[in-house]
Design a protein around this ligand. Structure first.
Ligand code: 5GP
Length: 113
């Protein structure tokens, strides 16, 4: 099976501004930021989307949130941030490898578009 784009970033085949890495996940700056701070937290396991989570993935997903919080703090997001999983076509998921968006550094609108 061909590697996903984010597996290739995790394997350093494609450059990215890496903000965190461990055995389970990586975090890196989004190439097309939608806020002053915009990074992605991505499991090394190539789960296609939130819809594809299986029993046993709970700890991994919890770890993604813990890393998101730590990186958000390291990026200076003191006044809050938004955490988003786009899942599937209607949510405009464009990369079929689970990723948590963290956006901050400006006031967010609600509801999201
Ligand atoms: P999605 O639309 O699937 O929720 O989000 C995919 C995100 O990946 C987008 O925000 C897009 O800008 C980002 N992205 C796509 N290709 C690359 C890349 O090659 N490098 C980085 N750093 N981000 C990427």
């Amino acid at each position: 099976m061909a590697k996903t784009l984010f597996e290739r970033i995790a394997d350093k085949e494609i450059p990215a501004v890496l903000l965190h890495e461990d055995e389970q996940c990586i975090a890196f700056a989004d190439i097309d930021p939608q806020a002053p701070v915009h990074f992605l937290v991505v499991p090394r396991k190539p789960i296609p989307s939130l819809d594809h989570l299986e029993a046993g993935d709970e700890e991994l997903v919890g770890h993604l949130f813990t890393v998101a919080k730590q990186v958000a703090k390291a990026q200076g997001l003191r006044k809050g941030y938004r955490a988003v999983f786009n899942c599937g076509e209607d949510a405009f998921q464009t990369v079929p490898h689970l990723h948590l968006h963290i956006l901050g550094g400006r006031k967010m609108g609600w509801p999201p578009g």
